[in-house]
Design a protein around this ligand. Sequence first.
Ligand SMILES: [Mg+2]
Length: 251
Amino acid sequence: MSSKDIRSILSGGVKKVSGTKSSTVNSLITTKGKLLNDIASEPLWRTHGTYLITNLPPKSSLIKTFGNDTKIKIAAFDLDGTLVQTKSGRSFAISSDDWKWWDSPKAKSSVLEKLDQVIKDKYLIVIFTNQGGVVTNVANKSYNNFVKRVTSVIKSLNAYIKNEEVPILVYASPKKPAKETDSTKHTLMRKPNIGMWKELVEYVGNNQIDEDNSFFVGDAAGRPNDFSDSDLMFAKNIGITNFKTPEEFFL
Ligand SMILES: [Mg+2]
């Protein structure tokens, strides 16, 4: 790789990094130090153009967990305000460690206990999150903070259930860069639109999802104090009738 290529990537040439083999990513480490080193150590994270961020395990781990011949039940969750909340009390995380598991004084069981049960009940956990403050640039702080934050969420769950191999999938809809004039793909990926779900279907395989027995949990449910109903409408637009708010699900 020429130094010109490296400069291009570091200045935001996301496409060249997207889906690169780890050997290519590793070659960037020496030129950019810790920032890219941290990202390269989380090899499942990928950017797709500027419109999608994913954390997907190898398909082999899905087959190992769920077998080859049964439809997979999806336990789908929003992230912020649903699985986690900020430690700082702000609406948006201010750093990669500004998170804690969602909690409510009324909740009888913790999020971790509930997720453990969901995994025991043979659901595939998938997180669908709109991240309007994150750009798909591996050299950008917002991207680094997001990847590190969600990686630590997943590791915390893995540690609780004492299983590092349980696949946890993440789909995140990032901010559209101002310089891009075509917003079509970004709009499709943003809840309540179902582009992220379609990506999941493509990943798991057509007709491989048991939609009748899948569910979605999100806090944007159009309640009087909710900022939006994008989670509720996302579930409706997919055709998932089993929608719950975090209060309903974790109580
Ligand atoms: Mg939310």
